[in-house]
Design a protein around this ligand. Structure first.
Ligand code: PRX
Length: 654
């Protein structure tokens, strides 16, 4: 936990508007009133295992019942002990028996305007076929499969195929560099990689296969690469290692029984940034994760049989895993998937898609809302958005102005907005309004999901009074929680269960107001939230110092109107190196190459020295103030060299 964390937790937001759901919405909702929500919470509080066990029985298909709902040996949890099931079976096979057989599971829109609709039956067939392809290539239960793909239907097919045979997938966001991809492949020791020749983005083509080729120069565990032909750009295929998806699928049988998997079988690993340079492989398992995503999807998005649901996230992030694929398909709903950027070919692409498919439920990130609102309401006004009945946000706090724009311009004033707080580690949404039951306050994620014991506490784990900032913790295990950090249980324990006694610490600061509503105040550790994506300052620092000209660097986040946070890097050069515009550019490109474009610093400031305490610790709080152009109000009495501060303020990137 960062040393100055407590100073940062002073709450400034004062938003008092309250938006009640319309009574027509509440009447038809899965959870219809505050009283119904309170009843669910009370039941969960009194008997958490009975609550989750009851839902697991009702909402999922099990091959073998569990013997025990929870085995909790802090901080290690096992849910539905002894039970067996299969995530792909729950997402596909169980829907084939009734009228959902020919219902659209995925409606996919390519950036160039091509589209594909896969019914549950179609998706089941392709998943079974690709599961057989994986088997033919020697992939067995428990093996890891890395997936590095654009947002195309084959990505959904690949992940569900892994789930079908019990291979553990590790999806790496397509924006990550070859180096980042290599590190993740090696950490998981993946046996096979699924990729594509490229993907369409902003009217151009992003190359993927080339990056995998690069990564595989130093990734000895990988035996096979499967490549989807998407863009048709030229790629080199290595004989005996690389195979075209389309060729492999041709001969593959469409019969592949879903494996009966232990409830605790690892479904996927997803790497996320932490406070050290090395990303953590967050491990999610089968039964608990599926229950968490299924129930939250149903109650929070109020999914109904006839709904068309669209989450704009990339499947490379947890939001896409849980709320484009697993939670949504498990409910037998229709999920829209879009390949490209929101502004291609024009600023109304998202609204055009909403109109085209008559989308009813729309889930996106505040950064997208802010960026699109800046472009003006004429773009959404060009389209009929009357099909929308519910809106959602995720990934970062939403500022009340953006909330109001979303509510009035996109939602026409009639759609409830669910502001959902959760994390890669939590697997499923944790704090959120249930849209028919809980009035919204713009900027607040409102109340915990029933069964989730969220609290705001001080360093000693003691609950703080209303409106006092503190640390956001979860006091009880929950089914979709991460089980460990891949092959590093020590790091799991230290990162999440050590700072505050006896509870899961999220890394976020928050306050609760007098109505018990949660207001998330952002990270209190050295993790930034860039456009709703997590990035450790240390990761960017390591990338910078890996450049031959850099001696030392300190990276901080600074407020940004659109991205939420922008990256500011303070850099001390090696002796003999001279600061220049050209070097700035080079260093930015270097970070992009090492991690990916999301990590590219917005600002690089050269400095002879970094402000340090006498014990040599970089004083990030001061750097944050300098980057944001604020006068430092904090304590500088431990600063080693006062002149450093004055110099830093003068070296601003023009
Ligand atoms: O700081 C919180 C912020 O995003 C972090 C989790 O990032 P990640 O694991 O990448 O997952 C993002 C999507 C689930 C949290 O620790 N965050 C997420 N949702 C919200 C949020 N901050 C404020 N309000 C939210 N609704």
């Amino acid at each position: 936990m960062a040393g100055q964390a407590e100073d940062d937790i002073t709450s400034v937001l004062h938003e008092s508007r309250l938006f009640k759901p319309a009574s027509e919405f509440s009447k038809q909702a899965h959870v219809k009133s505050r009283a119904a929500y309170d009843r669910l919470c009370r039941r969960a509080e009194k008997d958490p295992e009975g609550f989750w066990g009851g839902l697991a029985e009702k909402e999922l298909v099990w091959f073998k019942p569990w013997k025990k709902v929870l085995d909790w040996k802090p901080p290690f949890a096992k849910w539905f002990v002894g039970g067996s099931t299969n995530v792909a079976y729950n997402c596909l096979d169980r829907h084939l028996e009734g009228p959902r057989k020919n219902k659209a599971a995925l409606i996919w829109e390519g950036e160039p305007g091509d589209s594909r609709i896969l019914t549950y039956q179609d998706l089941h067939r392709e998943v079974s076929q690709f599961a057989n392809v994986l088997k033919n290539k020697g992939v067995k239960k428990g093996d890891r499969v890395a997936i590095y793909m654009p947002m195309i239907p084959e990505l959904a097919v690949a992940m569900l195929s892994c789930a079908r045979i019990g291979a553990t997938h590790s999806i790496i966001f397509g924006g990550f560099s070859a180096a980042a991809l290599r590190d993740r492949i090696n950490d998981a020791e993946a046996k096979l990689v699924v990729t594509a020749d490229g993907g369409h983005r902003k009217g151009g083509v992003i190359t993927l296969k080339e990056k995998v080729d690069d990564a595989l120069k130093d990734a000895p565990s990988v035996e096979t690469m499967i490549v989807v032909k998407r863009t048709g750009n030229a790629v080199k295929m290595k004989k005996g290692r690389d195979f075209w998806w389309q060729d492999e699928m041709k001969g593959a049988s469409a019969v592949c029984k879903a494996a009966a998997l232990n409830a605790e079988h690892p479904l996927f690993i997803l790497y996320t940034s932490g406070t050290t340079g090395k990303p953590k492989g967050v491990v999610h398992t089968t039964g608990g994760y599926l229950l968490g995503t299924t129930v939250t999807s149903k109650w929070i998005f109020d999914l109904k049989e006839e709904d068309t649901y669209w989450c704009t996230a990339d499947i490379g992030w947890v939001t896409g895993h849980s709320y484009i694929i697993y939670g949504i398909l498990s409910n037998g709903a229709t999920s829209v998937m879009y390949e490209g950027v929101p502004t291609y070919p024009e600023a109304d692409r998202l609204w055009e898609i909403v109109e085209k498919y008559r989308v009813n439920i729309f889930y996106t990130a505040p950064t997208a809302i802010r960026a699109l609102s800046k472009l003006g309401k004429q773009w959404p006004k060009k389209h009929d958005l009357s099909s929308l009945r519910l809106l959602g946000t995720v990934g970062e706090p939403i500022n009340p102005e953006a909330w109001m724009w979303y509510h009035t311009v996109i939602g026409g004033g009639r759609c409830p907005i669910v502001d959902t707080w959760w994390q890669t580690e939590t697997g499923a949404i944790m704090i959120t309004p249930l849209p028919g039951a809980i009035p919204a306050k713009p900027g607040s994620a409102t109340l915990p999901f029933p069964g989730i014991a969220a609290e705001v506490v001080n360093k000693n784990g003691k609950k703080v009074p209303p409106n006092v900032g503190g640390y956001l913790v979860i006091k009880r295990p929950w089914p979709s929680m991460l089980r460990t950090v891949w092959r590093n249980p020590k790091r799991y324990k230290e990162t999440y269960w050590s700072d505050i006694p006896g509870v899961y610490f999220s890394g976020d600061g928050a306050r609760k107001d007098k109505d018990g509503y949660f207001w998330i105040m952002g990270r209190v550790d050295d993790v930034m939230n860039i456009s709703g994506h997590r990035l450790g300052t240390m990761e960017v620092e390591s990338a910078l110092v890996s450049h031959s000209t850099v001696a030392e660097s300190a990276v901080v986040g600074t407020p940004d109107e659109i991205k939420g946070t922008a990256i500011c890097a303070f850099v001390t050069l090696e002796l003999g190196q001279k600061p220049s515009e050209a070097l700035r550019k080079k260093l930015k490109a270097h970070v992009t190459k090492e991690i990916g474009a999301i990590a590219r610093p917005d600002q690089i400031r050269f400095t002879d020295n970094l402000p340090k305490t006498r014990s040599g610790k970089i004083m990030r709080r001061l750097l944050r103030d300098i980057a944001a152009g604020r006068e430092s109000v904090g304590d500088t009495s431990t600063l080693e060299d006062y002149t450093v501060l004055a110099k830093l303020r003068h070296d601003e990137e023009s």
